[in-house]
Design a protein around this ligand. Sequence first.
Ligand code: ZN
Length: 54
Amino acid sequence: MNQIASAPVVPSCSICNKPAPLETAKTDERGQIVHEECYVFKMSLIAASIKPQA
Ligand SMILES: [Zn+2]
């Protein structure tokens, strides 16, 4: 109950799980930390997976 981390916590990108310093990270629509490039990549994957509906 006494394990307070003294080191600054670097959030991890929710997409690639690598450290994502706040200076370079952004948050997605769910408030999760993501790299901007990962976010763009994820969006492109989603866009590719969504087929236009007739
Ligand atoms: Zn990432």
